[in-house]
Design a protein around this ligand. Structure first.
Ligand code: WQD
Length: 341
């Protein structure tokens, strides 16, 4: 059984990816200092898979502590690196902490991969590196635009670091550019756990619907789109998770043509904010208390993916539609409410 190390395994996408990896026969260990997560999702993983996943509560900014994990696990076949700060507005307020955390953790992981000759590496990147591009849908060769936040720049720089590293090392790498992850595992045993007030649209919708938030704003309805609100490519977190498993299988099967390849992870469907709100109301039967507000600084008007490359080379297919994303997100929010979380 191949052993995979998942950094940020207690987080939203990390926890869902661990479930998919275990479902496909991988042995998984996690490294997560729980600075932005808790170990509660590990309990959910165990209930879903029957497997207890060991988490090393290690700050990956500390090289010696990171190195010790690799010393103890010399049979690691692959690394999936999620651990990073990822809140766009926060990155604007505290840019140095974002650069320090997101870049230092990556460099420490790559140093250990080099020393312990780990063969395969998958990096959690983001569609935010495309910035405000006019070329839609975006393909992997669309030139990265003027990015809108320090968070996005840490992902752009991270990709460049990995490309340079891959050029002179035998590790095979894949960069996965997520569009907008949404939804939760159908069991509602794991899902998104925003720390404090959420920034992302779907948790704001479900928290407003459950009453945790009194109301919500639609940030801007005067954009040049079909209903004036921003367009994004929302993709179910389980579809994102499966793409990571397929990426590892692709590298282990030596099907890659280059040391470092990049894939868009989106559905290819652009959906507006107002359409998301109406989809939620239809699926949940709950009328949302929302107001039409001003534009949010740093928002791109419209972005959605061309996912042909991931379909063709990884054999990946996004399966869930917007209704499924809303259904599972709502079921998760209701489960949190029952547990008073
Ligand atoms: C989506 C739309 C808001 C909240 C995210 C992640 C980023 C990256 C890309 C992975 C925007 C609008 C939101 C609200 C609103 N993913 N909105 N009212 O900004 O596209 O970025 O996906 O790396 O990490 O943050 O996502 O969900 O914040 O916003 O109107 O209360 O919803 O203006 O148009 P975004 P988001």
């Amino acid at each position: 059984m191949s052993k995979v190390l998942v950094t940020g395994g207690c987080g939203y996408i990390g926890s869902h990816t661990i479930v998919d990896l275990i479902d496909h026969g991988y042995e998984v260990i996690s490294v997560d200092n729980n600075s932005r997560s808790t170990s509660r999702l590990l309990k959910g993983i165990e209930k879903i898979t029957g497997q207890r996943v060991k988490n090393y509560k290690v700050d990956l900014c500390i090289f010696d502590d990171t190195h010790a994990v690799f010393q103890e696990n010399r049979d690691i076949e692959g690394i999936i690196h999620f651990a990073a700060y990822k809140t766009v507005p926060e990155s604007v307020e505290i840019p140095l902490q974002y650069y320090e955390n997101n870049i230092n953790t990556l460099i420490n992981i790559l140093k250990c991969i080099q020393e312990f000759q780990v063969p395969n590496f998958v990096f959690s990147s983001s569609c935010s590196i495309y910035g405000n591009t006019r070329e839609l849908p975006v393909v992997e060769t669309t030139p990265p635009g003027a990015v809108q936040s320090p968070y996005a720049r840490t992902k752009q720089v991270g990709e460049m670091i990995i490309r340079d590293y891959s050029g002179v090392n035998s590790t095979q790498s894949i960069l996965l550019r997520y569009f907008n992850p949404a939804g939760a595992h159908p069991t509602a045993l794991i899902g998104e756990l925003p720390m404090g007030r959420p920034d992302n649209l779907v948790p704001v919708i479900t928290q407003t619907a459950i009453g945790k938030l009194e109301k919500m704003q639609v940030w801007g309805t005067d954009y040049d789109t079909r209903d004036g609100s921003c367009i994004r490519d929302y993709i179910h977190v389980m579809d994102i998770a499966n793409a990571h498993t397929r990426s590892l299988q692709y590298l282990q099967g030596k099907r890659n043509q280059a040391n470092c390849e990049v894939f868009n992870l989106g559905t290819g469907n652009g959906v507006t904010v107002l359409e998301m709100i109406h989809a939620f109301e239809k699926v949940s039967g709950v009328k949302l208390n929302y107001e039409l507000g001003p534009r949010r600084e740093g928002d791109v008007v419209s972005i959605y993916a061309d996912n042909t490359l991931a379909r063709q080379k990884l054999g990946w297919r996004p399966r869930a539609d917007i209704d499924e994303m809303m259904r599972t997100a709502w079921k998760w929010e209701q489960a949190l409410n029952e547990m008073r979380i």
